[in-house]
Design a protein around this ligand. Structure first.
Ligand code: G3P
Length: 217
C-alpha cells in the first residue's frame, strides 16, 4: 500500500518524508488556501520535495475550462495529477486528459456508481471521501468495500483507489485490509498512528531500568 500525505504544508511534508512515508501528496483548494501562498509556486515547491505524484485540483465547471486549467497545472512538476470533481463535464475532461497521457484523479466521489464511471473514463486514480460520508452517518468503509469488489472483478480496470478524507487510524487500517492501493493521510493522523500508550510506558520503564545498569546516565 502506498501512502500519500493529505496536506499542502511543506514542513509537514518534509516531516513525513523523513519517516519515509511520502509516496505522493494530495491537495485541494481548501488545503492550498490554508498555506497563504500562490498555488503554482507552492505546488512547484511540493513537487521538488516529493518528486512523485502531486495532486492539484481544477476549479473550472465546463470541460473546456477544466482541460485548459489542467494543461497549465500539468507543467508545474513532472508528476502532477489533475484532480477533477465527478460531474458529466468532469468525466469528459478525464477522458480527454487520459487520452493525452495526463494523469487524473476523480475526486469528491461518494458512490460506487460514480467509481464505475470514473474507471470507464480512464481515471488514473479515484478519491472516495470516507470521512465525509461517516460525518453524515453513512458507512464510508462500505463504499470502499463496494468499489474494491467492483474493480477487482474486472482486471482490465487500472484505476487505483486513493482512500481520502481519513479521520482516524482505524480508517487507515480498514482501507489497507480492503486492499486500497493508496491511502492519503493528514499529518495529524500519522502522529496518532505512531503513538501507543504501551509503547510510551515501555520506553519509560526501560529508561528507568537502564539507569540501574549503567547504560543510561
Ligand atoms: O483528500 C481529500 C481530503 O482533503 C478531504 O478531507 O477532511 O476535508 O474531508 P476532509
Amino acid at each position: 500500500m502506498k501512502i500519500f500525505i493529505d496536506t499542502a504544508n511543506l514542513n509537514e511534508i518534509r516531516k513525513a518524508k523523513a519517516l519515509g512515508l511520502v509516496d505522493g501528496v494530495t491537495t485541494n483548494p481548501t488545503l492550498l488556501a490554508k498555506e497563504g501562498e500562490e498555488a503554482e509556486t507552492l505546488i512547484r515547491k511540493i513537487w521538488e520535495e516529493v518528486k512523485g505524484p502531486v495532486n492539484v485540483e481544477v476549479t473550472g465547471m465546463t470541460c473546456e475550462e477544466m482541460v485548459k486549467e489542467a494543461k497549465v497545472m500539468a507543467t508545474w512538476g513532472e508528476e502532477i495529477v489533475i484532480k477533477i470533481p465527478i460531474t458529466s463535464e468532469g468525466l469528459k475532461t478525464v477522458k480527454i486528459l487520459s487520452s493525452e497521457g495526463i494523469h487524473t484523479n476523480v475526486t469528491l466521489l461518494f458512490s460506487p456508481s460514480q467509481a464505475i464511471l470514473a474507471a470507464k473514463a480512464g481515471a488514473t486514480y479515484i478519491c472516495p471521501f470516507l470521512g465525509r460520508l461517516d460525518d453524515i452517518s453513512f458507512n464510508g468503509l462500505e463504499l470502499i468495500r463496494q468499489i474494491r469488489a467492483i474493480y477487482s472483478s474486472y482486471p482490465n480496470i487500472e484505476t487505483q483507489i486513493i482512500v481520502a478524507s481519513i479521520r482516524n487510524p482505524i480508517h487507515v487500517i480498514e482501507a489497507a485490509m480492503l486492499g486500497a492501493e493508496i491511502v492519503t493521510i493528514p499529518p495529524a493522523i500519522i502522529e496518532q498512528m505512531v503513538k501507543h500508550p504501551l509503547t510510551e510506558k515501555g520506553i519509560a520503564q526501560f529508561l528507568e531500568d537502564a539507569k540501574k545498569i549503567g547504560t543510561k546516565k
